[in-house]
Design a protein around this ligand. Structure first.
Ligand code: GDP
Length: 359
């Protein structure tokens, strides 16, 4: 499944956040390089639609979609030259499908800031620069080989031109993901470049930032069009210790939040990975299934079982909103809201589906 790699400068709260994601108790030490081995944290994607479906179908349980985060060893300036845990960092990040950068915007004199002061713009640049430098190294090696090939094979020239464009973009200090209109990223796929991955930004904030709408807007604009999530990693960890929903609500409102930051993070992660869900419901379970945006009905069926994709005949589909408005599947059918879709149908988020297939 697709994963987001959690990166960030040392001491920004990555371990604290990751521990909240996995609910495990590993030590979040006030120490650079505290997170060494990569680990995966799987978080449910909050989806209130499942509760509504479970009620309608008297389902025994709900099964939400999930989002996976991988904890990646800390990065420092010079990672692209192998400094610190540089090489390990780059190898781990190569395996992630998107990058989740944690940025410190909390004030705490007891927690050392590696760069000396809070400066989100500079933190973003530090990470971008290391990834850009690593990609330039990869590209420069590849270009030698591609130039040679293009001299003897005319068909290899477009790929060479594309790679040169990529190099120019990186030379100008931009990521390839941000410049994807100027370069064919598919054609560069086999080089496994790091800056082709989408970014998501988590601002690890304190109450002062969380309650300051203008500040949040400013930070969100700094990273747009990437998603920005605002949370207090320490509070997220504390929330998991609380059993009483009233206590949870109280702690959240004390820092100006109306829901746990992990919920927003799960949604943003899902969005950044280019994923969406469709829904199934029955007496056993109401469930959300994960598909990439643009998936066809047979591909969606294949997520439940590969046999379903092979034997796909058609899908009976109603949009969640239409189903809820009608009140039941039967009523939705009577109202003409239920469609029979064939193998070319492209799934929409929130489609409620029953597949027909041969086995
Ligand atoms: P990492 O090096 O990025 O993994 O950072 P850690 O998660 O180990 O956090 C470094 C230090 O900052 C630890 O002492 C944490 O308790 C503290 N810390 C993390 N998040 C917050 C936060 O939101 N607010 C405050 N005040 N401290 C935090």
């Amino acid at each position: 499944s697709l994963t987001l790699g959690i990166v960030g400068l040392p001491n920004v709260g990555k371990s604290t956040l990751f521990n909240a994601l996995t609910r495990n108790e590993a030590l979040a030490a006030n120490y650079p390089f505290a997170t060494i081995e990569p680990n995966v944290g799987v978080v449910p994607l909050p989806d209130p639609r499942l509760d509504t479906l479970a009620e309608m179908y008297t389902s025994e349980k709900t099964v939400p979609a999930t989002v996976s985060f991988v904890d990646i060893a800390g990065i420092v300036k010079g990672a692209s030259e192998g400094a610190g845990l540089g090489n390990k960092f780059l190898a781990n990040i190569r395996e992630a499908n998107a990058i989740c950068q944690v940025i410190r915007v909390f004030d705490d004199p007891d927690v050392v800031h590696v760069e000396g002061a809070l400066d989100p713009t500079s933190d973003i640049e530090t990470i971008n620069t290391e990834l850009i430098l690593a990609d330039l190294q990869t590209l420069e090696k590849a270009l030698v080989r591609m130039e040679k090939e293009a001299r003897t094979r005319k068909e290899a020239r477009p790929a060479l031109e594309n790679a040169k464009r990529a190099k120019d973009i990186l030379d100008s200090g931009r990521t390839l993901f941000a410049a994807q209109n100027e370069v064919d990223l598919d054609e560069l796929r086999e080089l496994h470049l790091l800056t082709t991955k989408p970014f998501l930004y988590v601002f690890n904030a304190d109450e002062a930032v969380l309650t300051d709408e203008a500040k949040r807007k400013e930070l969100a604009e700094l990273v747009a069009p990437a998603d920005a999530v605002f949370l207090d990693a320490k509070v997220e960890a504390e929330l998991l210790e609380l059993d009483d929903p009233d206590d949870v609500q109280e702690l959240l409102s004390s820092v100006g939040q109306d829901e746990p930051g992990l919920h927003a993070l799960a949604r943003a992660g899902f969005h950044t990975l280019g994923l969406q869900t469709y829904l199934t419901a029955g007496p056993k379970e109401a469930r959300a299934w994960t598909v990439p945006k643009g998936a066809t009905a047979p591909q969606a069926a294949g997520v439940i079982h590969t046999d379903f994709e092979r034997g796909f005949i058609k899908a009976e589909i109603v949009s969640y909103d239409d189903l809820v408005e009608a009140g039941s599947m039967q009523a939705a059918r009577a109202a003409g809201k239920v469609r029979m879709e064939g193998k070319d149908y492209v799934m929409s988020d929130g489609d409620v589906v029953e597949f027909r297939f041969n086995v």
